[in-house]
Design a protein around this ligand. Sequence first.
Ligand code: ZN
Length: 262
Amino acid sequence: MNPAEQLLQQLGITDPREIDLEAVAWTQGARVYYRPLDGCEARIVGRDNQAIITVNDRSSARRQRFSIAHELGHWKWHRGRLLVCRAEDIGGGDTGKPQVERTADSYAADLLMPPYLLKPISSGFPKLTFKTVSEIADAFNVSRTAAATRLVETDHAPSLLVCHGQHGRKWFARAPSVPGHWFPQDSLDHDSYAFGIVFGTEPDDRMPHRIGADAWFDRRGANRFEVTEETVRIAGDDVLTLLLLVDEEMLEELPQYRGRRW
Ligand SMILES: [Zn+2]
């Protein structure tokens, strides 16, 4: 059991609705304040066993919850350091982020969606779609981004979650069952449904679409496979795409990559 789960169990939490982050923070000696922050999303200042967490009050309530949990991750693992976290440091996939931020995100995901509460609920949703993501997000009072990242990273299905903005790929998360050689392209392909949503006036997808895997991956041989793609708009101009690797042959490790992950 991970440390965040241990803490929740010590507090006697048996339902996601009982995860009151201010109360959890209080038990760890941390107080939470909300105020407008410029240039960062949240920060923590601690001394001895007392800390003050400040969260940007202009962000959505669910975003604030993730930020508090992220700062509690710093309090757990990086005590004694002053940490100021930018929006891109908190949440989403871990592409290119400093290790301390990844560690804090991983603690946040464990605190907000602990396996002992997530598994019994998520197993009721066999298909990984944004409909499932929304149900999980509502059950755990987290953003769709946080819920989708968690479901992908816990291998709910062989899948990738990719976030794109107008200037290309921002980050992605990959399920452990997906081999590392499936690396999404930096730029959106014109054939992808996501392209029409980012650069056009297309509405959100209402359902997953089948599409050639070469619209998402530029490695040789990708054109032999199909994946399913489902895209929704999130904050700002960003879109989030769920790619499901439905062809089992795509899940086979290539001999030259076996045992490597990046
Ligand atoms: Zn941070």
